[in-house]
Design a binder for this molecule. Structure first.
Ligand code: ADP
Ligand code: MG
Length: 221
């Protein structure tokens, strides 16, 4: 099922040196149950595209539609909290909190109505964190484990859309493949729409579909 549409979206940054046309009339559709990779060299507009898909900003032209409704007419903070899970290259866990508290916090922000502790523990288990580790501070985990906790946090409120910007950028091959496997399972087994921005050929190879950003232009591979 189609959940996200980009209809000719463009975006500029205004700098002292003038305008940077970071995104040029990008058009694409994304479906549930599918893993997408977005590839392209540094500066081609990938992160800009992701922030517009996440509703962190709005396009200068065109619009992003979630289940047919333009983000322009939605409460975008709410859209992001309830329907989008985000994962970044640097995991951004809160260092003063434990693994389970990091996940619970995102449930609180998303107004999750069920038992937050139980849900957080279930998500940590899903990404392969052992129960004995739930109450360790996030800084005491390895990079691969921290990224798995970040994935648990991203999916805890059960968003349909998962956006990952270079999620394996700081990981070795084994940990990268582990994250890719988890993200693939989320799409294929749990029916999420997973969009991964990546530089890594071995990550893109495992995606169901690949799109390329090239100097602000988006096209299917
Ligand atoms: N905050 C910003 N201010 C000015 N220019 C920016 C900003 N963020 C990104 N850019 C420029 O927009 C273009 C696309 O950047 P970005 O979306 O970060 O690309 P990518 O993620 O593919 O590396 C680049 O030319 C970059 O320099
Ligand atoms: Mg980027």
């Amino acid at each position: 099922m189609k959940i996200l549409d980009l209809n000719g979206i463009s975006y500029d940054y205004t700098t002292k040196a003038g305008k940077v046309h970071a995104l040029k009339e990008a058009t694409a559709s994304f479906e549930t149950g599918v893993v997408y990779a977005i590839v392209g060299r540094s500066g081609s507009g990938k992160s800009t595209l992701m922030s517009l898909m996440a509703g962190l900003d709005v396009p200068r032209d065109g619009d992003v539609r979630y289940r047919g409704e333009s983000l322009l007419s939605m409460d975008r903070d709410r859209y992001r909290r309830e329907h989008v899970g985000m994962i970044f290259q640097s995991y951004y866990l809160l260092p003063q909190l434990t693994a389970v508290e990091n996940v619970e916090l995102s449930l609180e922000l998303a107004n999750y109505r069920g038992n937050k502790r139980a849900r957080a523990e279930e998500m940590l288990t899903l990404v392969g964190i052992r129960r004995e580790q739930f109450r360790k501070r996030s800084t005491q985990f390895s990079g691969g484990e921290q990224q798995r906790i970040a994935v648990a946090r991203a999916i805890a409120a059960d968003p349909e859309l998962i956006l990952a910007d270079e999620p394996t950028g700081n990981l070795d091959n084994e940990n990268s493949m582990n994250i890719v496997e988890i993200l693939t399972e989320l799409a294929h087994r749990y029916g999420k729409c997973v969009i991964i921005i990546t530089h890594a050929a071995e990550v893109a190879e495992r995606a169901d579909r690949v799109l390329r950003m090239d100097d602000g232009y988006l096209r299917a591979e």
